[in-house]
Design a protein around this ligand. Structure first.
Ligand code: NAD
Length: 358
């Protein structure tokens, strides 16, 4: 499936005009959500695209890239192999997940991501990569700026004095600083994108690593009609959500720009999680009531993105409304849930008949 609306992007994206120049590009984490969309887009532009991941879930197929390598980027030699002969590196590989995952797993997240980012930066330097992009996160922003639901949008300079809410955010901030050190000491050409809640088709929607839009879409898709879903927290916590096509366009525009400082790519439309759930329920056409789990993790109380720097420097802003993006996301997740159910049915049947035989 191709989520990028290439024609829409062609009109305004300055990157597209440069697409006649074929480059050798590495996308790490290319088997994941943002990475697979990005790799397909760059490949469609005529580049040689190598995707690397520790595992592939079939979202990125051979026809959507030039090369697909299964490597573990916590291993130094694998990072040297991945970066060998590349002009540009989009480093998206990370051990990560939604709020449920990153509030419960700390050591593994920090250990894996420090290794991936340290080795990927150094391997890119040794292999003379011309430009390197690091995928940072809104989780770098301090807790004291996100204590109430009616927050101001977070500006890039708000990251310090530092006090991220979780270990994942601290690791991202550490790697941002390491990028700054590589820029200063080695003159490496580096871009840093701070993503704020990117959602869309082909994102993780089950298994404990899913984020709020995907989790709510799955809950609604699996609910009976009429039925009930559980919302984490009291639903009054706020967030902003950026559709995948907008995020990819912003990422490529940043990579092609001269901006060597961290920059937010996200949406500045603040909604409560309750409002998000209501939008998804409306899209589904089902009659669903909401229950609240106050003991579930909910992260900071309010978080919004200020994207004025991206507007000013890149000429980028999100274009796809939350309603439109959620409609596409819900449709994809609903289809996946139906397929998952169809696959589980014969298994259930055979379990039942085995049980009858014994
Ligand atoms: P994702 O989990 O879908 O993709 C990350 C990919 O990295 C996965 O496919 C995973 O298998 C791979 N990976 C993990 N460990 C690896 C290893 N040792 N070697 C090789 N590959 C490995 O996540 P995503 O949403 O596509 O996020 C991409 C990047 O953007 C990540 O760095 C993430 O921290 C950052 N980010 C994403 C969001 C968001 O809303 N999706 C927000 C902020 C930051």
């Amino acid at each position: 499936m191709l989520a990028i609306e290439v024609c829409e992007i062609k009109e305004k994206c300055p990157v597209h005009k440069r697409s006649s120049k074929m480059e050798r590009i590495l996308v790490t984490g290319g088997g994941g959500f943002i990475g697979s969309h990005l790799a397909r887009y760059l490949y469609l532009q005529g580049n040689f695209v190598r995707v690397v991941d520790i595992k592939f879930d079939n979202y990125i197929q051979e026809k959507h890239c030039s090369e697909k390598l299964q490597l573990d980027l916590r291993i130094w030699k694998d990072c040297l192999t991945a970066t060998n002969g590349m002009d540009k590196v989009y480093n998206l590989a990370a051990n990560m997940g939604g709020i449920g995952f990153i509030t419960s797993v700390g050591a593994e997240v920090m250990h894996d991501n420090v290794l991936i980012n340290t080795y990927m930066l150094e391997a890119s330097r040794q292999n003379n990569v011309k430009r390197f992009l690091f995928s940072s996160s809104a989780c770098v922003y301090p807790t004291y700026r996100q204590r109430n639901p009616h927050v101001n949008g977070l500006k890039e300079e708000d990251a310090c004095p530092a006090d991220p809410d979780n270990f994942y955010g601290w690791e991202k901030l550490f790697t941002e600083k390491m990028c700054a050190a590589y820029q200063r000491d080695y003159g490496m050409d580096i871009r840093i994108v701070r993503y704020h809640n990117v959602y869309g088709p082909e994102g993780t929607y089950e298994g404990g690593r899913e984020k709020s839009p995907a989790a709510l879409c799955r809950k609604v898709a699996e609910a009976h009609n009429p039925g009930t879903i559980t919302v984490w927290g009291d639903g009054k916590q706020t967030r902003s959500y950026c559709y995948i096509d907008d995020a990819i366009r912003g990422t490529v525009m940043l990579m092609e720009s001269d901006c060597d400082k961290p920059i937010n790519i996200g949406s500045d439309r603040l909604v409560t999680v309750d409002e998000l759930a209501d939008m998804i329920i409306k899209i589904s056409g089902k009659t669903i009531t909401k229950k609240y789990d106050l003991s579930a993790p909910q992260g900071v109380r309010g978080r919004n993105a200020d994207v004025s720097l991206a507007r000013e420097i890149l000429g980028w802003e999100p274009r796809i409304s939350l309603e439109k993006g959620l409609a596409k996301t819900y449709k994809w997740i609903e289809t996946q849930c139906r397929k998952d159910k169809e696959m589980r049915l014969p298994l259930l049947e055979s379990c039942k008949s085995n049980h009858r035989l014994t």
